[in-house]
Design a protein around this ligand. Structure first.
Ligand code: SF4
Length: 331
């Protein structure tokens, strides 16, 4: 599922699976040990300068996928190609070099910054790890980065606990920018912030993308933020991609019943008050025991008999070559 472009992708993920063997909870349990299938058979690409949003309910596997791409979780199967090199086959030294070019912003800026380090060290630590610059050059870069994320230079002398959540996320972004990455995996970077601050961070990410030609994998459950930042959107359900489309096509004509349910769940402004969106029927099944066939069938209003037995492939929707959908009955 490549984007329709002749430019080689920056990131190409092919048939990726990330599974976690689990311990039996009782000696009475028989058969093979359970396996948590967090990510299964996921393929997508990201072009240079492109933002791909990864959306889905909490627990659908999107954070695991992001963490596998930055090397925090090992791939069980499949390939993660960055600038053509398969990261899953690299030695740890080769992988370290690639990781310089793929940085991550975490969800919680309260936990992602070392509270014992002044902000100057928080930002220069990745530079030190990757052997970038001497002490004076790293300090210069820290000053430039803190200014670029909109904080005063004297912030470098303070500690993370002296900042608000939004300011901490700015520091986390400065830290991620230090090694001059080509790709940033941003894992729910807004969800721990006040609503009033979220748009500021979103605008900062947008500006940095323009200034630096960055690509983002933007992991989020917030479809309003996704609409603001993403070029394309990948919808994930229980470890698998069920729809991938350019942003405008996905929001105008969501084709998979799960994408349609996510859209229906967006809160709307109506008659002077913010109306709650419809909730999605049923609960997300356990990735320890995904349903047979199409994993969405127990919650899908359009499910037919075939849905319980045959898993649909991710294919172009009728008349829409750029919109890929995994459903036996695409609109
Ligand atoms: Fe619903 Fe069947 Fe399509 Fe799955 S394949 S989304 S169960 S209609």
């Amino acid at each position: 599922m490549n984007t329709p472009s002749v430019t080689p992708p920056l990131l190409q993920v092919d048939s990726l699976a990330v599974h976690f063997p689990m311990a039996r909870i009782s000696w009475l349990q028989r058969g093979p040990s359970p396996v948590l299938q967090a990510v299964s058979d996921v393929s997508f690409s990201i072009q240079p300068g492109e933002t791909l949003a990864l959306v889905g309910e909490s627990g659908c596997g999107k954070t695991t996928l992001g963490r596998a791409i930055v090397g925090l979780y090992p791939a069980t199967r499949g390939a993660i190609r960055f600038k053509g090199e398969d990261l899953t086959q690299q030695t740890s030294a080769e992988r370290k070099k690639a990781r310089q070019a793929i940085q991550m912003i975490f969800q919680d800026p309260y936990e992602s910054l070392n509270p014992r380090l002044p902000v100057s060290d928080v930002i220069t630590e990745p530079l030190l790890i990757h052997g970038i610059g001497n002490r004076a050059e790293r300090a210069d870069r820290a000053r430039a980065l803190i200014a670029q994320v909109g904080l005063p230079v004297d912030a470098l002398n303070r500690y993370p606990h002296q900042f608000s959540g939004g300011q901490r996320q700015r520091i986390a972004i400065a830290r991620a920018l230090g090694p001059e990455p080509a790709l940033i995996v941003a894992d729910e970077p807004l969800s721990a912030l006040d609503v009033s601050i979220q748009s500021q961070i979103l605008n900062l990410m947008s500006e940095l993308r323009e200034q630096r030609g960055l690509s983002y994998l933007f992991v989020s459950h917030d479809l309003s933020a996704v609409h603001h930042l993403a070029d394309r959107v990948a919808v994930m359900y229980l470890g698998r991609l069920v729809e991938v489309a350019p942003r405008n096509e996905l929001f105008a004509t969501p084709s998979h019943p799960y994408t349609q349910a996510l859209m229906d769940a967006i809160p709307r402004i109506g008659q002077g008050r913010r109306a709650r969106g419809r909730t999605i029927a049923g609960d997300l099944p356990s990735p320890l025991k995904p349903p047979s066939g199409c994993a969405f069938h127990p919650r899908c209003p359009k499910a037919q008999a075939i849905c319980k037995t045959d898993a649909p492939a991710l294919l172009a929707a009728p008349g829409r070559a750029v919109q890929l959908v995994a459903c036996h009955f695409k609109d």
